[in-house]
Design a protein around this ligand. Structure first.
Ligand code: MG
Length: 370
């Protein structure tokens, strides 16, 4: 099955409420969609979000990377010869991990469709359901309490609380949320690099002593500050999760060797797709480190690829795949079912989307196959 064309398009979906972290504020999901076409008529789909503050990519750079660099490297290759495709994808240019991820997931979608199996079964077949948390954006304490209660009402049992924008108020925010939602709801805290190492130790110890008891604290300090991550990890009881500190398999090895975190957050947009994510899974599993799978502000297509990976691998013990729940509408035809905190992967081949991808019909226009 030979790759004959790779096409791109843009999708825009409004968010339920603006998404606010220590790094940015976003009003809508506006992503690049990718379609990989083959000589047998099958199509594979992928998606990449422009997360400039984390991967350095924009809508324009993702489209240019796919069309100008990745497409020429992959045209004419056989979808079943995965190693050759992945070597070409990762050596045709450095960085641009989201652009690569969109094409990577489309190739995996195609392979699973060609074999007639859902991707989660092709990659390992560990579980058909995945439970995700829901993110609560960083705002004033009262607003975050209201958002947390509304998430619990929607059926979420795990909340991911964004902090780190104004560290002086973080303790108050988290205490108020714990008091409102009660002891049964699991709270994950994500500082998005917003704290200094000693400040992080002070805040996390206070959370432990004050009964907030988060399940984990994600990326408390700067991504490059592995010594700071280790200081925090060694000084508190709460598990520390590395997110922005780990993009690649090499980053995972360095982090584990240093003992700088307890857990690793895998995101397809950091690893350049499923192929690189599987390498981190293998390293983490062999070192006894559990992983979370996360997403950027992505809509259901890209998040579904991450959910299939979570369904495949036992080492992925936590999921932060709430992109579709933050979107006001679902433009896709088919795919996994997201309901409350539960994601049901289903048995449709590949990622599980219909042949047109969108409910409104074709989006990729006429091909320019050669
Ligand atoms: Mg994070």
């Amino acid at each position: 099955m030979i790759i004959t064309d790779i096409r791109t398009a843009e999708v825009a979906i409004p968010l339920v409420t603006p998404f606010r972290t220590a790094l940015r504020t976003v009003e809508e999901v506006r992503d690049v969609l990718v379609c990989v076409e083959t000589d047998q008529g099958l199509q594979g789909f992928g998606e990449a979000p422009p997360t400039g503050v984390i991967t350095g990519e924009t809508l324009e750079s993702i489209t240019a990377a796919v069309q100008g660099w990745i497409r020429p490297a992959l045209l004419g290759r056989d979808v079943m010869e995965l190693e050759g495709i992945m070597k070409a994808l990762h050596s045709c240019m450095v960085k641009n991990t989201s652009a690569k991820a969109a094409v990577d997931m489309a190739v995996y979608d195609l392979r699973a469709k060609a074999l007639g199996v859902p991707l989660w079964k092709l990659l390992g077949g560990y579980r058909s359901q995945v439970e995700t948390d829901l993110t609560v954006s960083v705002n004033a304490a009262g607003e975050m309490v209201r958002d947390s209660l509304s998430a619990v009402e929607q059926g979420f049992r795990i909340l991911k609380i964004k902090v780190g924008r104004d560290s002086a108020g973080d303790l108050e925010r988290l205490s108020a949320i714990r008091k409102a939602v009660g002891p049964e709801i699991r709270l994950r805290v994500d500082a998005n690099q917003g704290w200094e190492p000693k400040e992080a130790v002070r805040i996390i110890r206070a959370l432990e002593d004050g009964g907030v008891e988060p399940e984990l604290v994600e990326q408390p300090v700067k991504a490059q500050d592995l010594a700071g991550m280790k200081l925090v990890r060694d000084s508190v009881l709460t598990p520390i999760l590395a997110d922005e500190s780990v993009f690649s398999a090499g980053d995972a090895i360095r982090l584990i060797q240093l003992g700088a975190a307890d857990l690793i957050n895998i995101k397809l947009m950091k690893t350049g797709g499923i192929y690189g994510a599987l390498q981190i899974c293998a390293i983490a599993e062999s070192c006894g480190v559990e992983c979370m799978i996360g997403c950027m502000l992505e809509s259901k297509l890209a998040v579904s690829a991450a959910a299939h990976l979570a369904g495949a691998k036992g080492v992925i013990t936590r999921a932060d795949l709430d992109g579709p729940s933050l979107c006001r509408e679902d433009p896709y035809e088919g795919g996994p079912v997201f309901q409350g905190g539960q994601i049901s992967l289903g048995d449709a081949p590949g990622l599980g989307f219909g042949p047109e991808l969108l409910r409104t019909g074709a989006i990729f226009g006429k091909g320019n196959a050669q």
